[in-house]
Design a binder for this molecule. Structure first.
Ligand code: SF4
Length: 371
């Protein structure tokens, strides 16, 4: 796929609109919502138009995305809780990652947490109203011993709680995926992070194709897919569109949208924070291109969306609660309050997110992580 490089996506991106809000703007975004609800997929041109929309159009765009969110997820919010089961010491060179061999970031470094600590993490996830417990380990991929360790822990968590389990362990072999599925792992996270075109700019020790292969391996083993992106790494708008389209093609069940948190000591440390309106446009893009897919505001939420975090939930239906892999999140109580202030509801139950019927609009359809 050839790209026309328009411009690099960063804090200075997207010009303010000067023509004022026009009626045609509202009609345009709601027409896209109608198509998304009718199962008529948006094309790349539509998707790019969303990212290029002006600030004056932002509320119309969010309103359109919210209609799609309401149809598929109502006012429900799913929380995810992360446990960094193995930190740092990674031989890979992902430029955004504080755990990489090329990072000088001051982070805790340790090999696998023991069973007791991982079980304690599951109890903390439940205490913080999380529906899913995410077990994340740094590294290119797990050893057989590590897969066995996490599998035994997952079996115990499943026996004790009704949490859903998502594991993020790097590249997986078919045998490893089969073992994890047998242990009760519901879902594997493996982010695409950026487009195939831009991938070698952020990592040279494995390829975009390696990541696609692991996602296909996971699918073949019968587990759900969680895969998303990191926005703000110097990519162009077309790269973001490309990832959105690729995730739709893969029919992933969950999309975490990370906004780069440029950590001191990493190769991307000097990247500026994004402006929150750009972040909202990206969330709207993902909602309108992947209408029925769980959409999570992931790492970098607090520092990039800042005072507009709540507005992100008009497009997204999920959040990480508490801390990220090596950075702090805002206190859980602030997330609970934000959800309540929106008039939304945290859902803790054991139902996997899926489309719901919506009689009001005629719809008949029923780091993280950054590893
Ligand atoms: S993202 Fe994962 S594979 Fe890449 S450097 Fe970080 S821990 Fe290693």
């Amino acid at each position: 796929m050839a790209f026309v490089a328009v411009k690099v996506f960063q804090a200075s991106d997207f010009m303010m609109g000067t023509a004022g809000v026009s009626e045609s703007s509202a009609i345009r975004w709601h027409a896209m919502a109608d198509r998304a609800l009718a199962g008529d997929p948006l094309d790349r041109q539509d998707a790019l138009a969303i990212l290029k929309s002006t600030d004056d159009e932002l509320l119309d765009l969010l309103s359109a995305a919210f209609r799609v969110r309401l149809a598929h997820f109502g006012r429900k919010v799913h929380l995810y809780y992360l446990k960094n089961a193995k930190s740092g010491l990674c031989p890979e060179d992902c430029g955004y990652c504080s755990q990489s061999k090329v990072s000088d970031a001051e982070i805790p470094k340790y090999v696998w947490l023991n069973e007791e600590k991982l079980l304690a993490g599951a109890r903390q996830a439940a205490a913080l109203k999380s529906r899913t417990y995410c077990i994340v380990a740094s590294g290119r991929g797990p050893s057989e011993r590590e897969v066995e360790h996490v599998s035994r822990v997952v079996e115990k968590i499943k026996a004790e709680t009704d949490l859903h389990i998502c594991c993020c362990l790097g590249l997986l072999t078919p045998e490893q995926a089969t073992r994890l599925k047998a242990a009760g792992v519901d879902r594997i996270n493996h982010n695409l992070n950026t487009s195939r075109r831009y991938y070698e700019q952020i990592c040279t020790t494995h390829t975009f194709q390696d990541r696609l292969d692991t996602l296909r391996t996971v699918r073949n083993a019968g587990m759900e897919l969680c895969s998303g992106l990191i926005v703000g790494m110097g990519e162009v708008l077309e790269d973001i569109v490309e990832v959105a389209m690729q995730l739709r093609e893969l029919e992933v069940e969950s999309i975490p949208v990370n906004f780069l948190h440029a950590i001191d000591g990493t190769p991307l440390q000097h990247h500026e924070e994004l402006n929150p309106r750009d972040c909202l446009r990206v969330l709207c893009l993902l909602r309108l291109t992947n209408p029925a897919t769980e959409l999570r505001i992931a790492g970098g939420r607090e520092i990039n969306l800042r005072s507009m975090q709540a507005m992100g939930l008009y497009a997204a239906n999920s959040l990480f609660v508490s801390d990220y892999l090596t950075t702090k999140g805002q206190p859980a109580e602030e997330d609970f309050k934000m959800v309540a202030d929106l008039g939304f509801e945290i859902i803790v139950g054991d139902h996997l997110p899926q489309a719901e019927s919506c009689s009001t609009n005629g719809c008949s359809t029923s780091e993280c992580g950054s590893h």
